[in-house]
Ligand binder design. Structure first.
Ligand code: TRP
Length: 464
């Protein structure tokens, strides 16, 4: 096993550091771009309910497990499992995590590129006086027609690369602290405008009133994947960040605060988008383009909308970057510690390979349109054609993350040892941990069983 010089590792300066960094990782395109469109495709309120159930029963326990594993091992995910469980195959979680990081960051970079294009479109005032249909065409033309998708994707990845290469202290923490409150603020302003549009009520009903006839295995599976993705869990990003956490920080309250903030921002994004979707007659099932089509309509109906849209896209790009760096950081930390590379070399190799993969994602609606796989949905029997972008999304979010999460909670619940969990959670006896029974119940039984059922059902081994 590689020997690591611990004195060389970064460390978050303060408690706010870990909350800021983990929230920075969690809050990103997953909340504002992916959550609304997946909810739109999955029938609305019923999806929200299942999603919230997964956040509490699975999400928070997995996040806390990752913090515990990371801080106690002080290593990248692969190294952490090797250290905590020598001679056992748990390190496979670390390997899966590297694959997940490659796939997620590949399509994430493509969407990061879309946000850069939309910042450019905001600045050059391309939304003004356009009807909802024209804004729809604007998005589709961009995504289907141009090399710009790749140019922006490469720029987004370059930004990610430069922040990661700057290292932990300077890189990750700094960018998040001011950002989140401002993003929250502007989302609230957009929401207020959205819910005061004529015809907005239908959107709120769609979002908050569960229609249980819409609930099926596909919706549940989508909610599980989205919960993992949004919280940045299941592939070791938060093991890696956990390894930089100060020994004095309160892991439990950090995990709860981060998960709740992340969930709040996602729901708020829903409140900003769905009233407008219904008010402007946009199809809630529009797919990946939903927010890019809906938001410019709202901006046009706001005083100062020109500036608000610029500000919004800048914030969204920054929020996306504080997430993308956490994905790249997993790979870089592993390459540095396990393969003994310099941080610079590891960053260059990882970022270039991922950017190449991501270019195919960015071109999935144009040059690589032909590269598809037909997927027959087990639940509905319906045939969906997946392009490369969608394939990576499916494989990482719906397969690797839930499986990784399952292994992480099983490891913590059954192998790590209750005594060590108590030590970590109480900071060697300094804090009270009255909830340990509840946590053990969640990580030993609730979370693993819930993930396993959803998963086995999806791959067709269990019928509900
Ligand atoms: N959670 C981030 C978002 O919502 C994306 C992300 C960052 C992520 N790191 C991750 C997802 C690790 C899964 C695993 O935008």
């Amino acid at each position: 096993m590689a020997k690591v010089d611990l004195s060389n590792r970064g460390n978050f300066g303060s408690k706010f550091g870990i909350i800021a960094a983990a929230a920075g990782s969690a809050i990103g395109l997953g909340n504002i771009w992916r959550f609304p469109y997946v909810l739109g495709e999955s029938g609305g309120g019923a999806f929200l309910l299942v999603y919230l159930f997964f956040i509490f029963s699975i999400g928070i326990p997995v996040m806390l497990s990752e913090f515990i594993i990371g801080r106690s091992a002080q290593m990248n995910p692969f190294g952490a499992f090797k250290k905590l469980a020598p001679k056992q195959p748990w390190f496979i979680v670390g390997i899966m995590g590297i694959f997940a990081a490659f796939m997620i960051l590949a399509f994430y970079g493509a969407v990061g590129g879309w946000t850069l294009e939309y910042l450019y479109k905001s600045v050059s005032n391309q939304f003004s006086n356009k009807t909802p249909e024209q804004l729809n065409v604007l998005f589709n033309n961009f995504r289907e027609g141009s090399i710009n998708t790749v140019i922006w994707q490469v720029i987004f990845m370059a930004l990610t690369f430069f922040i990661v290469i700057a290292g932990i202290e300077k890189g990750i923490e700094k960018y998040t602290k001011i950002l989140m409150p401002v993003l929250l603020f502007i989302l609230i302003i957009i929401s207020v405008r959205s819910i005061t549009l004529p015809g907005a009520k239908e959107g709120l009903v769609f979002l908050f009133k569960p229609d249980f006839s819409k609930l099926n295995a596909k919706v549940i599976f989508a909610a599980l994947g989205q919960a993992f993705f949004s919280l940045s869990i299941g592939m070791g990003a938060l093991i890696t960040y956990g390894s930089y956490i100060n020994k004095k920080d309160n892991l439990t309250s950090s995990a709860v605060i981060v998960s709740l903030s992340d969930t709040f921002i996602a729901v708020l994004a829903g409140v900003a988008i769905f009233p407008a979707v219904f008010a402007f007659g946009i199809e809630p099932q529009a797919g990946e383009g939903l927010v890019f089509q809906a938001l410019p309509n709202i901006f046009q109906q706001m005083p100062g909308g020109y500036f608000i849209s610029i500000l919004f896209f800048i914030l969204l790009i920054l929020a996306a970057l504080t997430s993308s760096i956490s994905l790249l950081e997993v790979v870089v930390a592993t390459f540095v510690e396990e393969l003994k590379m310099s941080r610079k070399k590891a960053s260059i190799i990882a970022a270039s390979l991922i950017t190449l993969l991501g270019a195919i994602c960015a071109l999935s609606w144009s040059t690589f349109k032909w590269l598809t796989i037909d997927h027959i949905d087990k639940a509905t029997g319906e045939k969906i054609s997946y392009n490369f972008f969608m394939m990576l999304d499916f494989l990482s979010l719906k397969i690797i993350l839930p499986l990784g999460g399952l292994l992480i909670v099983v490891f913590l619940g059954w192998f790590f040892g209750k005594k060590k969990i108590r030590e970590e959670l109480s900071n060697q006896g300094l804090l009270k941990v009255k909830y340990i029974k509840l946590l053990m119940f969640l990580v030993k039984f609730v979370a693993p069983i819930a993930i396993a059922i959803v998963f086995l059902h999806e791959i067709g081994l269990v019928k509900l």
